[in-house]
Design a protein around this ligand. Structure first.
Ligand code: AMP
Ligand code: MG
Length: 519
């Protein structure tokens, strides 16, 4: 029975609730009316001892729809502040997110949070709700990122309800139940720094170190720590995780859309999916958020913005870590860490083996070629694995090869590499240079090389139009499209027979989709 299941039996640690009361407000959720479970995820459930049969129980739906508290948990909203679009915004906080508690699961500790479960003291003028449209986007994106192996908050369940919510129009209300080891943000630190509150900053930083970065407690052998030295080490660790996350985002064409400091996870997770987007045609200046007129959060700008956000975190930590020089040194590790990760991952994507002199020009020229030809981001890398080598020079041959490799598919929806470029000659010329490089030092067999490329270049990403189709069906009460899409997104490197449509380039109407902050 559910009541006796691990979910209820597992210890609730509630470590964030053990912090002093000024870090949060205890506030109950406001239940949704007639909630319907749209989807719940088996793999995420397993992290906290849930099994698929539990998802059907009333007790589970009651918890994830905000109708019942988590037994043993503490329901609360956390306070934080932040910079929004580069401007100090002051106090923000969980305006529509309730933390239900922290579960010591069979696979680590997980905080369970409901997004859209009603107002909190931090709602300002908001209603504390989320709409089905944006909730499905967050649910799908969390699973897409997870499937791609990119650090993210995990989506446990999504429920929709009878309640209506007013945005530009009247929309269906929904809740996403999501999990992470912690939802602490850069903005959680900025909040106390802005109040010049070293005592609270110390409590928060020590909490984060103790729970998630215990290695920061260790000083260099034989060298006594200077005051605040462990917070410098914390910054260094967060810089490293954030730089790695940026490289991963960049190399799947992911744009977050709202990289405000309150949406930056202290654990280096992708957090708060709003007007995000995976690029279709490559454009370095791609802006996924219709509201971001200046393009502050365009694709090419993301690493720079992450660095700027880390600078705000460093500024906050400076209140308790007086050694500004050491903080600056920690910030300066961002660039080399990011570029190193880009190189390593790019050489895997292209099947180059170890990075060599001259590879940078080859890669830069590929980006330029993609940009000039509006080549599809995902398919360019994926189809390069199938592109013909110098032993089979005809660019036309690779279509047959794709047909052969994707047995059971027509190949019609998945174009060969050179067909992704309007200027086919330029693509063939680049391909020639690429093969020269690859074959100048063959380290593995062509088959092994191809397999390794296919293992890091996804065939399926959450294209906006695919999300839109799933949303429109769900708004009519049909959740099959959400389930079908999840299937390919959860294992995006594997070809799924009969699901080629999910790998296809967007139809013409897709360019008209506008994604804004409205959610
Ligand atoms: P976001 O840009 O979605 O990260 O949100 C920025 C801030 O606005 C956060 O403090 C959110 O909790 C808050 N917020 C966004 N939408 C709502 C809403 N519908 N009701 C209350 N607060 C909201
Ligand atoms: Mg947010």
């Amino acid at each position: 029975m559910f009541e006796n299941s691990a979910f209820f039996e597992l210890p609730k640690i509630n470590s964030f609730a053990a912090l002093p009361p000024e870090f949060y407000s205890l506030v109950p959720t406001t239940p949704l009316r007639d909630p319907v479970l749209v989807h719940a995820d088996e793999m995420v459930g397993a992290l906290v001892g849930l099994r698929p049969e539990h998802f059907k129980s009333k007790a589970f739906v009651d918890i994830v729809s905000g109708s019942a508290p988590l037994p043993g948990g503490v329901t609360m909203a956390a306070v934080y502040s932040g910079h929004q679009f580069g401007v100090w915004a002051g106090q923000l906080g969980d305006g529509r997110a309730h933390l239900l508690g922290e579960i010591a699961g069979p696979n680590g500790h997980w905080e369970l949070q409901l997004k859209g479960a009603g107002p909190t003291p931090y709602s300002r003028r908001g209603d504390g709700r989320a709409v089905l449209r944006s909730s499905i986007r967050e649910y799908l994106a969390s699973h897409a990122m997870s499937g791609l192996g990119i650090p993210t908050t995990q989506a446990l369940a999504i429920v929709s309800a009878k309640d209506r919510v007013i945005r530009e129009t009247s929309e269906t209300a929904a809740i996403v139940a999501r999990m992470a080891p912690s939802f602490v943000r850069f903005g959680s630190f900025e909040h106390w720094a802005a109040r010049n509150a070293p005592a609270e900053l110390t409590v928060l930083a020590d909490y984060v170190i103790d729970r998630f970065y215990p290695e920061c407690m260790l000083s260099e052998p034989g060298v006594p720590d200077r005051p605040g030295q462990r917070y410098v080490r914390l910054l260094r660790a967060v810089v490293s995780r954030t730089a790695l996350l940026m490289a991963q985002w960049q190399l799947v064409g992911f744009c977050h859309g709202v990289m405000n400091t309150d949406n930056m996870s202290i654990l280096g997770l992708t957090l708060d999916y709003g007007p995000f987007g995976f690029m279709d045609a490559f454009d370095a200046k791609h802006i996924c958020n219709h509201t971001d007129v200046q393009g502050r959060y365009a694709w090419y700008a993301q690493p720079k913005v992450a660095h700027w956000n880390l600078y705000q975190l460093a500024n906050s930590l400076h209140v308790i870590a007086p050694d500004a020089e050491a903080l600056r040194d920690a910030l300066n590790t961002f660039e080399p860490t990011f570029f190193d990760a880009m190189q390593t991952q790019m050489s895997r994507k292209l099947g180059l083996g170890a990075w060599r002199e001259g590879d940078e020009a080859l890669v830069d020229d590929l980006w330029s070629l993609m940009q000039a030809n509006h080549a599809d981001f995902t398919l360019t890398f994926r189809q390069l694995a199938y592109a013909p080598g110098s032993s089979e020079p005809s660019p036309h041959q690779d279509l047959n090869r794709i047909k052969r490799d994707l047995a059971g598919t027509t190949g019609a929806t998945v174009q060969p590499f050179v067909d992704l470029f309007l200027d086919r000659e330029a693509a063939v010329a680049w391909l020639g240079r690429y093969w020269n490089r690859v074959e100048s030092a063959p380290i593995v067999s062509p088959e092994t090389r191809r397999e390794s490329m296919l293992a890091v270049n996804p065939l399926y990403v959450l294209r906006n139009y695919l999300a839109q189709q799933a949303i429109e069906a769900a708004q009519e009460g049909d959740f099959d499209e959400v389930a079908a899409l999840l299937k390919v997104l959860k294992s995006p490197f594997t070809h799924h027979a009969g699901m080629d449509a999910y790998a296809a380039q967007p139809p013409a109407w897709a360019t008209k989709i506008e994604v804004s902050c409205s959610s």
